[in-house]
Design a protein around this ligand. Structure first.
Ligand code: CTP
Length: 406
């Protein structure tokens, strides 16, 4: 939280019941050393009085454009320049819509348009409003323009319903805001991630596949990108949209993945093998659909290349991170895989359990390296990937000869 020390936080408070939590948010931000100025919309002022924010922030609260008590016609420009970051909490569906359309019909939206500071939004609304395609599109548009979305969380809502739409707690918001000022952990580092399943064709309509959704690998690619890395994602077939800013190479089979990786990996500093690569492929792919005319048939398989093993065996090898999908004796099997392939790190997950592994949106990992390890508890794959990337960055920085040139 030291990262907020001395930072100028412009807090926009709009009209929702979660505005009551924003008073505590001001307190948390100031505790972390930030200077806070509050811009309260007209609707926001119906939930919490300007006086409360004035007392907590130690500054007059800005509200309307051309306020006779304000700092004149240029108040919006002054505040836009003053801010190191703008946090709108709560951000109502209406404010999100206005921001997404670039409206400037009150002081807060005008400041957002006039400022080059990063913009973070903490949505708070009824779950149907959050799910509404109009809100989804507005949020996506803002995200594409670089806005940071903090939440919302799943839980009880003020309207009596329960679901997505609850504003995050002030401590979480302060922490996420501090994260925006973190020095990028992997700035200038080139990372390659493999993700998803490989499909091994039997004939033009059938293949051998597996249950990997690609979500974990895509989350690792997104987290590495967020950490400032230049990311190449070599992806098997998935239904996922790759994170904007990542170079994507699409493949189908293990042989194609192997070729795509080997062609590019020598330019990489870190290699993360998150793909579920088929160990075997049919010896022959039938040119035509195989007919149901035989009572018994045999499918002959041959070994696929071990992509991770080959990368790790290169003379100028990148820092190599493997995944190990295990159903039993997870740590033991994972350690064996790490030493067998000479890896720098391995992330083991138990598959075949309801909340982790293939297809699930959540995961937990046991990350191991030579002489140490850390368990990442069950969380969304995005959150788990962020922690994994932090660990990778730490270990990568500590590798022998790190920091030396040539
Ligand atoms: N892997 C790979 N190429 C292969 C097989 C696996 O690059 N042909 C990588 C995976 O991306 C993963 C790691 O190796 O990072 C381990 O994969 P996993 O399927 O768990 O283990 P295997 O080593 O194949 O061993 P087994 O299937 O016997 O458990």
């Amino acid at each position: 939280m030291q990262r907020l020390n001395g930072k100028h936080v412009l807090l926009g408070v709009t009209g929702g019941i979660a505005a009551c939590k924003s008073a505590d948010l001001v307190r948390r931000l100031r505790e972390a050393g930030a200077e806070v100025r509050v811009v309260l919309t007209e609707a926001g002022a119906r939930f919490v009085t300007p006086l409360a924010f004035e007392a907590l922030s130690g500054h007059p609260v800005a509200g309307r454009m051309f306020d006779p008590q304000g700092r004149g016609a240029m108040e919006h420009i002054d505040l836009a320049r003053w801010a190191d970051v703008i946090l709108v909490a709560p951000a109502t569906a209406h404010t999100i819509a206005r921001l997404s359309h670039g409206l400037a019909d009150d002081l807060l939206t005008t400041i957002c348009l006039a400022s080059s500071a990063p913009l973070a939004l903490a949505p708070a609304m009824n779950r149907q409003m959050w799910d509404n395609p109009a809100t989804r599109a507005n949020v996506e548009r803002l995200r594409e323009r670089g806005a940071h979305l903090f939440g919302p969380a799943d839980g009880e809502l003020a309207c009596g319903e329960s679901g997505m739409g609850r504003m995050l707690e002030p401590t979480q918001l302060a922490e996420l805001l501090a994260g925006l000022f973190a020095a990028p952990l992997l700035a200038g580092v080139r990372v390659m991630v493999t993700a998803g399943p490989t499909l091994e064709d039997i004939d033009p309509v059938r293949y051998i596949g597996n249950r990997s959704s690609g979500k974990m690998g895509y989350a690792v690619a997104a987290a590495a990108l967020q950490a400032g890395a230049e990311v190449t994602l070599v992806s098997g077939e998935t239904c996922l949209s790759p994170p904007c800013g990542v170079t994507v190479v699409r493949v189908r089979s293990a042989a194609e993945m192997y070729a795509a990786v080997m062609q590019r990996v020598t330019h990489c500093d870190i290699f993360v093998g998150a793909a579920a690569v088929a160990d075997y492929r049919p010896v022959r792919r039938a040119g035509q659909k195989i007919k149901r005319d035989r009572v018994r048939m045999e499918l002959q398989l041959e070994r696929n290349p071990d992509i991770l093993g080959e990368v790790s065996a290169l003379d100028r090898r990148p820092f190599c991170v493997g995944f190990a999908a295990e159903t039993e004796r997870v740590t033991e099997h994972a350690r064996a895989k790490m030493s067998g392939r000479g890896l720098d790190m391995i992330a083991a997950n138990r598959v075949g359990e309801p909340d982790s592994g293939f297809e699930s949106d959540t995961n937990s990992l046991e990350v191991l390296w030579n002489g140490g390890g850390e368990a990442i508890p069950l969380a969304t794959k995005e959150r788990v990937a962020q922690r994994l990337v932090e660990l990778i960055a730490q270990r990568y920085g500590k590798r022998p000869f790190a920091g030396s040139t040539g």
